[in-house]
Ligand binder design. Structure first.
Ligand SMILES: [Zn+2]
Length: 135
């Protein structure tokens, strides 16, 4: 059960601002440039974070928006993984099918410069090439 949202106490706010030297913790610009101060959970509550003083950071509004969007994406991914692990992964009714590959056209693997390379032509006849292979 995640902890309730909220904001840090005034004393904690002051210590966070001091710790961050009054700069946005995302873009390192002063709040006069980044935007008004907002209090962010460094690790989102929905992702297991807590309301402890060490989990708070001060962000300017635009940086906070960006981070919140990222947190939402991470939460959605965490939920997808949880559903997958619970065995609820959506399965296709009809599996994808490849169109196959004609193995007659596979050339033997050739190493470094080589004088003769074997290959099988379209009619299935083994042939040798005298061409030097690049590298
Ligand atoms: Zn910022």
């Amino acid at each position: 059960m995640p902890e309730r949202r909220g904001r840090p106490t005034k004393a904690i706010q002051a210590s966070i601002l001091k710790r961050q030297r009054h700069l946005c913790n995302a873009c390192a610009r002063p709040f006069s440039e980044c935007g008004p101060v907002e209090w962010d959970h460094w690790q989102a509550l929905s992702l297991g974070g807590n309301n402890g003083p060490g989990n708070w950071q001060a962000l300017g509004r635009p940086c906070h928006r960006t981070k919140s969007a990222r947190d939402l994406g991470m939460k959605a991914k965490a939920e997808r993984i949880a559903r997958k692990l619970a065995g609820a992964w959506p399965k296709a009714k009809r599996p994808l099918k490849g169109r196959g590959f004609d193995k007659r056209f596979i050339q033997p693997v050739i190493g470094r410069p080589y004088l003769k390379a074997q290959y099988i032509d379209g009619s299935g006849v083994e042939r040798e090439s005298k061409r030097r292979n690049p590298q």
